[in-house]
Design a binder for this molecule. Sequence first.
Ligand code: G1P
Length: 271
Amino acid sequence: MIRQAIIPLAGLGTRLLPLTSVYSKELLPINGKPGLEYIIEECIEAGIKEIVLIISKKKEIIKKYFFNDKFYQKIIKKKKDLRIINEYKKIKKYKKMIKFVYQNNPKGTGDAVLKTKKIIKDNFFLMLLPDDLIIKKNCSKDMIFIHNKKKCSVMASMRVNKKTVNRWGIYSKKNNINKNNFYIKDVIEKPNIKSAPSNNAVIGRYILPKKIFKKLQNQKKGTGGEIHITDAIRKLINDGDTFIGHTFKGKYLDCGTMGGYIKSSMEISKL
Ligand code: G1P
């Protein structure tokens, strides 16, 4: 059973400057709702019971968003506005299942995951990258279904334009399980076009084993000087661990870039 999810949120969001110079990118509205709420909703719908938000001192605005009770209570007392009452109810629901850990020096996704080591209880946990919105179909739920069947790690996959492989983690396939799932032979973080083994890219949904923490403890910096989760996953696969790539059915929205962020509001408003 997958009960815990982690969401790395300590990144600086430079691809969305100037919007992120004083504000957290994960709280920016997408069709009237902070992007982070879509990710939290996906977790809840997939049966997750505890969500660990990895923030930094610079991004405490995220904590404030969920712990602004006095402000809400005061307004509700004065206004008795049903819409605000319902919004506050929703925030209180989220608050009950959220925990915070700090990554004050963002050194990469691998480093962010390591910060949750003491909190993760079960053998497997879910990680969602907040830049990657997947709409129309709950990707986490489908991946948990596969995990429950195969009892191994699962990662989301999407075909990308060959020219853009150096922006993603790229899979090398072992063999297909069926139309939407395959066994992963290897995964490489941001390869150049020549060395990319395929155009199947890693998208930010991962079911990872607890033992990845051991690999992360000795993990050196990789591409771009960052500690990548991809490199730790690679080590586990080399040790013989099974990882499944899941080609998800939903629609992918890249909210980490300005163009993608603008498009995401338009796409969601069409739903
Ligand atoms: C991260 C991962 C990469 C993955 C991507 C998906 O990269 O390191 O493997 O393909 O998310 O969005 P980032 O977007 O942090 O550069």
